[in-house]
Write a protein that binds this ligand. Structure first.
Ligand SMILES: [Fe+2]
Length: 596
């Protein structure tokens, strides 16, 4: 049985294909369209997942959308009405966008895909989140916690999964929302909402949580973790572009105007705010987790929703909460909604047996040696090819030891926001200067933000506080920030954050043998089986998908070497080439994607 899950029209559009319980392919539209956070109809991602599965749309048994558009519209409408006339702007904008487009998802899907309406199903937004984490987890039974900005009405759920069934036990409803609270502080500190949350999290170790009580004057946290917001301070319920209002500014003071709060000019006041909202977030998530444990008595926890990207809070849940094992899929945000929608239909609705746990994120496209060689020759790019894998790992590891910054493009790209050794830029974490080099010549991002380490799973606990590393699925996906062991902090200056922490990725031989081979060789040469890993993209661009994107990113940056599978391209070969892009061709009622 083939089920196509879809998520679009909100944040990151994506498509996912589940065949007989196995997640065969999943990808965000942005990787193909090259539009960052593309929220449009994911025609290219749909084409990709179908091609990967060797299917046409006629072979698909069900298409499942990750939320219920009419229920969400009802929330928009009722909220706008209750806050009128302040909501006039959001009302006008919502009506324009919803009535012309978003409401008619069913007719759009039947028209674009040429499928009958009977094949189309709609999941609830938070049920999609819950399903995305539980049905991809290794747990037969688990408590499930979902937290985000907002779905239809729901902003957080406590639930339980048993076998092929999900049950939502409790929920919090809009406008009371931990995700939206965090976003309000993201905006207050001068960052873009839905983009800058990572920056706020990265800034928190520079501050002291001295404003926690002040934040708590805006909200109430009940013993079961449910939240109540004093809406006099917020404006996200009536404004299309403002999350906080003048009352909020009177309470906390002037918001940061400069989005480049960067490095040496970090303002201590906003660092304290970041530390304070981080502490409040952790308190709410932990309170919810404890209550969920009381309700279910279970020791396993699955998490999803945008707040599950807060890898600092996730690790606190593991260490301070009542659960012994956590699972979070690599795309816990709305991009993972497509996966959840498909599994909800397959397991919960249709009662089909569970598939294998998702223990890797390599669900995107890949390029063969023949394709890469053809690409390099077509563009007359000088290259070397090291056919023997061990010799190649040795070559790459020695380049890192020599201080070279390298593009690493190999295998299927990662589903979710993190690069995990398929589309990564890599460097030597023992060199303190690497952080500045990457920021100044490649990433062009705020210097206070930390870079992440990739470590061999079998040696992770030597360097990070993560005993029995193999058990901890979130660490495979960079969803835990753990302390770097005190004695290793000076060994790993480029990836150790201000507070001595690191957002590690554990690397497994069975799921990414080449990346594992590279890090193993680096470890043999240096005694440190850890490398520095950041996503393969320029600032503001989606992570690269194809050899052409990778080569142009390499050419436009200060990288020293580019590895495409076992092909090596050196810096003198840099130039700008035309990118092979997907073009859509509309034919009657169907959309076909073709490569130009
Ligand atoms: Fe969501």
């Amino acid at each position: 049985m083939n089920v196509l899950g879809l998520s679009f029209y909100y944040h990151d559009s994506s498509a996912a294909l589940v065949r007989d319980g196995v997640l065969v392919a999943a990808a965000e539209e942005e990787r193909f369209s090259r539009v960052k956070h593309d929220s449009g109809f994911p025609a290219l991602a749909i084409d990709f997942v179908l091609r990967t599965a060797g299917l046409t749309i006629a072979d698909v048994d069900f298409v499942v959308f990750y939320e219920k558009p009419f229920v969400k519209f009802e929330r928009m409408l009722l909220t706008a009405m209750s806050t009128f006339p302040r909501s006039a702007a959001v009302f006008r904008e919502s009506m324009q966008r919803w009535v012309t487009d978003k409401l008619w998802i069913k007719s759009r899907l039947t028209r674009e895909l040429g499928i009958p309406g009977a094949k189309l199903l709609f999941a609830d937004h938070h049920v999609s989140h819950a399903a995305s984490s539980f049905f991809t987890s290794p747990f037969e039974e688990a408590a499930i916690l979902t937290i985000d900005g907002a779905g239809e009405w729901t902003t957080s759920t406590l639930g339980v999964g048993r076998g092929t069934k999900l049950e939502i036990l409790k929920e919090i409803r809009f406008p009371h929302s931990l995700g939206l609270l965090y976003s309000a502080f993201t905006a207050y500190c001068g960052f873009e909402v839905n983009e800058g949350e990572y920056k706020l999290m990265g800034m928190h170790p520079y501050g002291v949580p001295r404003h926690v009580d002040k934040i708590k004057q805006l909200i109430e946290i009940a013993p079961d973790g449910s939240l109540w917001h004093d809406m006099r301070y917020f404006s996200y319920h009536f404004s299309p572009d403002r999350t906080l209002n003048a009352e909020f500014e009177r309470h906390f003071g002037r918001p940061a105007r400069d989005p480049k709060l960067g490095d040496k000019t970090l303002d201590p006041f906003y660092c304290d705010i970041a530390a304070s909202i981080q502490q409040v977030t952790e308190e709410v998530v932990l309170t919810m987790a404890r209550h969920l444990h009381e309700l279910t008595g279970l020791k396993q926890l699955c998490m999803a929703g945008g707040v599950a990207l807060n890898s600092v809070a996730n690790y606190k849940v593991l260490r301070q909460g009542p659960f012994t094992d956590l699972y979070i899929l690599p795309a816990p945000g709305d991009d993972g909604g497509s996966v959840g929608a498909a599994y909800w239909a397959y397991n919960h609705l249709l009662g089909q047996p569970r598939g294998p746990a998702l223990d890797h994120a390599y669900l995107g496209s890949s390029y063969s040696d023949d394709e890469i060689r053809a690409f390099l020759e077509q563009h007359a790019i000088a290259y070397e090819h090291i056919a023997d894998d061990e010799r190649f790992y040795d070559f790459a590891a020695r380049a890192l030891v020599d201080g070279q910054v390298c593009g690493w493009f190999r295998g299927r790209f990662e589903f979710g926001p993190r690069a995990l050794g398929a589309r990564s830029i890599i460097a030597d974490p023992r060199r303190a200067e690497m952080k500045d080099k990457l920021n100044a010549t490649i990433k062009f991002r705020e210097a206070f933000r930390p870079f992440a380490p990739s470590v061999l799973e079998e040696r992770a606990d030597e360097f990070f506080e993560i005993p029995e590393a193999a058990r901890h699925f979130p660490a495979r996906f960079m969803l835990y920030v753990t302390p770097v062991r005190v004695e290793k902090r000076s060994v790993l200056p480029a990836i150790t954050h201000e507070d001595g922490s690191g957002r590690l990725q554990t690397v497994f031989k069975d799921t990414n043998p080449a990346y594992h081979g590279l890090i193993r060789r680096f470890g043999e040469l240096t005694g440190v089986p850890v490398i520095m890993n950041t996503s393969f993209n320029l600032k503001g661009e989606p992570i690269v998908e194809s050899p052409a994107h990778a080569f142009n990113t390499f050419s436009l940056s200060g990288m020293d070497l580019l590895f495409l599978n076992n092909f090596v391209v050196r810096a003198p070969a840099k130039k700008k080439i035309a990118e092979t892009v997907f073009h859509l061709r509309h034919e009657g009622d169907t959309v076909t994607a073709m490569v130009s």
